[in-house]
Design a protein around this ligand. Structure first.
Ligand code: GDP
Length: 287
């Protein structure tokens, strides 16, 4: 289910998160490791203010590990610890309570100095649709608590989920809108499946993805689709990209009458294999 964001939705989403901020100690900002900038809400700093924050680069199982490490450095320079996780399999998820607590060390040190015993840290997970918020909440809870496919503006009674003795999590995440200002952002979000294919043309999404892949991950493309040589100037010549798309379609039997390649079908294959990691670990944004 795709969310259509209108100004009213954005205002409501923002207000809902700001209401929840009053209840919590730390925000867990979930980003897609494959596109940390495009999957980030453009107003995030303004919305969260000076609330302590932990960044999680999710779906890191699908992202290029070298670039993920570079993104972590970038966020650290910005003042935010960022950890790479995979909410589906649970990789690094166990470190979240400790890392969330570390963001509040100063506050707790003061409390301990006053002879108080710090309580469990209260956290809210925020992120754009499809970034993996519900998957993470369920993983942390150790059971099915959050429904996937959430919608903005739909509120229900919220509850605290205990995660060990260190963390309490709000069971309803904060849903934020992605960046829209640049068309390329839309294609990156679509290529990774963050926004549904119905919004943008599937052939255009595959074209964008393939142009990026053939210029940044040439070997993976050649290997996966058993292509010996790619045409030159793929980043400048759209026809060359289409030729690769047709080549892939032919190899995968996407033919229509007259021996022409069914580009829509070929596009579907390219995108499915990209999103499921069959092309290897791909990141669409470089710091
Ligand atoms: P939400 O809209 O932010 O709540 O996102 P969901 O939790 O519904 O996740 C969206 C999709 O991403 C689902 O198909 C999940 O299975 C998938 N997903 C979530 N986390 C990961 C991850 O770390 N790795 C991979 N490969 N897929 C993930």
């Amino acid at each position: 289910m795709a969310i259509q964001w209108f100004p009213g939705h954005m205002t409501r989403a923002r207000r809902q998160i700001q209401e929840k901020l009053k209840l919590i100690d730390v925000v867990i900002e979930l980003l897609d490791a494959r596109l940390p900038m495009s999957s980030r809400n453009p107003m995030i700093d303004e919305i969260l203010g000076n609330k302590p924050r932990l960044i999680l680069l999710n779906k890191s199982d699908l992202a290029d590990p070298e670039l993920t490490a570079r993104w972590q450095e970038v966020f650290l320079k910005e003042g935010h610890k960022a950890i790479a996780i995979d909410a589906s399999s649970g990789t690094n998820v166990q470190s979240i309570p400790v890392e969330a607590r570390k963001q509040l060390e100063e506050k707790f040190a003061k409390q301990i100095a006053k002879g108080m015993k710090p309580r469990a840290v209260r956290a809210l997970i925020v992120g754009i649709p499809n970034v993996g918020k519900s998957t993470l909440i369920n993983k942390l809870a150790g059971r099915q608590v959050a429904a996937t496919g959430d919608r903005p503006g739909v509120t229900k009674g919220q509850q605290w989920i205990r995660v060990g003795s260190e963390l309490e999590l709000l069971d309803t995440p904060g849903i934020l809108w992605p960046r829209f200002e640049d068309q390329m952002v839309g294609y990156r979000l679509a290529a990774t499946g963050a926004i549904k294919d119905q919004i943008l043309n599937v052939e255009d999404i595959a074209f964008y993805a393939l142009r990026y892949l053939t210029t940044h991950y040439e070997e993976q493309v050649k290997q996966r689709f058993e292509i010996e040589e790619l045409p030159p100037q793929l980043d400048e010549d759209p026809n060359a990209v289409v030729a690769v798309m047709e080549d892939i379609g032919r190899r995968r039997g996407c033919l229509v009458s007259g021996g022409r390649v069914d580009l829509e079908k070929a596009s579907g294959i390219i995108l499915r294999e990209l999103r499921s990691g069959k092309l290897g670990r791909i990141t669409f944004e470089t710091p």
